[in-house]
Ligand binder design. Structure first.
Ligand code: PHE
Length: 344
């Protein structure tokens, strides 16, 4: 028998059988057909006994080599099937980036936070530091050190919520200024703004809220003047209401500043000519300010003969209401999404 020719036949049969193999299951069947115990190649061994002794080794070797080769062919097919399967999987899992995305609804920063962020940006740009302090304050920090001793009539300007006889919810963010000046030990210049929540014993209505937000500013240095204050406030007014706004300062009274002023900005609606929004005055009041009272500087360790300062207090809700024409302060806190979403 021509063993080489017989092996060649089997190899051809195997190769064409492998061509039709579609998956690992088919492959297993082909494997047992061509390499199993009952496979033709295995049966060939039975012819060994009929051969002369000197031909036996060559015959055996040819069969073993063929078996190894068949094995290799089957392994190759196995690998090819695997690669094919991965390709198919990748194809079926590709993402069509041209498809419309589902409509996600993103949240956004609250309108008040937007105003605070924007004012913080302005002041950071002018070299200020942001300072925060406790909302539960001592009477001393909230009032006494700000030239508001007990029984001072001006305490009525800020109806307070007391927790204990000497502890209250802060009525303004000015105590943060006191705390900062004390920290500086009466020696170093101060340039800060203090944003935060404040509390007053008010009945809630369209323009009053028992809790609201303030940003107070304080500058203390050796040559601080009223014109520095005015320039700074003009920056704030233009930042919030537009580059061609003007401001005017009206004399006012705060115990912690002397002189004190109330600051008006020209009405954006009528450009200062007078309209319903500014009640025909051409101006809208936006904040209170003044030169830090000598008594306040002294109480916080600064020598008023060397240091002067200016301070201002911005009501954040009031500013937002003016800027966006909001008629009721309660909108900021009731969290009606239709209201909030207008400030995207
Ligand atoms: N603290 C004042 C208030 O809440 C505002 C203010 C601050 C006025 C600084 C002048 C200077 O009423």
């Amino acid at each position: 028998m021509d063993i080489k020719a017989r092996i060649k036949e089997l190899e051809t049969a195997l190769t064409s059988a492998l061509k039709n193999v579609k998956d690992q299951n088919d492959l297993q069947k082909v494997k047992s057909k061509f390499l199993g115990k009952k496979a033709d190649i295995s049966k060939l061994m039975q012819h060994m006994k009929d051969l002369p002794n000197d031909e036996k080794p060559r015959f055996g070797q040819a069969i073993n080599e063929a078996k190894q080769q068949f094995h290799q062919l089957i392994e190759n097919k196995k690998e090819a099937l695997k690669t094919e399967a991965i390709k198919e999987q990748l194809k079926s899992e590709t993402i069509d980036v041209t498809l419309d995305a589902p409509d996600f609804s993103f949240g956004q920063t609250h309108s008040l936070s937007q105003i605070i962020d924007s004012i913080e940006d302005l002041f950071i740009g002018m070299g200020y530091t942001i300072k925060e302090g406790p909302e539960i304050e001592s009477d001393e920090m909230n009032f006494e050190k700000l030239n508001l001793p007990k029984d001072h009539p001006a305490r009525d300007m800020q109806d307070s919520l007391y927790i204990k006889p000497d502890t209250l919810l802060r009525t303004h963010t000015s105590p943060v200024q006191v705390r900062t000046m004390l920290e500086m030990g009466g020696k170093k210049p101060v340039k800060i703004i203090c944003p935060g929540k404040v509390y007053r014993r008010d009945d809630d209505d369209a323009t009053h809220s028992h809790q609201f937000m303030q940003i107070e500013g304080l500058v203390v240095d050796k040559h601080t003047t009223m014109s520095d204050l005015k320039g700074t406030l003009l920056e704030v007014a233009r930042h919030m209401f537009g580059p061609d706004r003007e401001i005017r300062l009206r004399p006012s009274y705060f115990p912690f500043t002397e002189p004190s002023v109330e600051v008006d900005v020209t009405c954006k609606n009528c450009d200062g000519k007078g309209c319903q929004i500014c009640k025909q005055t051409g101006y809208i009041e936006i904040l209170g300010a003044g030169m830090v009272n000598d008594k306040v500087l002294k109480a916080s360790g600064y020598d008023p003969r060397v240091y002067q300062g200016f301070a201002f207090g911005i009501g954040v809700e009031r500013l937002a209401m003016l800027k966006y024409g909001i008629e009721d302060i309660r909108h900021f806190y009731t969290n009606d999404l239709r209201f909030n979403k207008q400030f995207k």
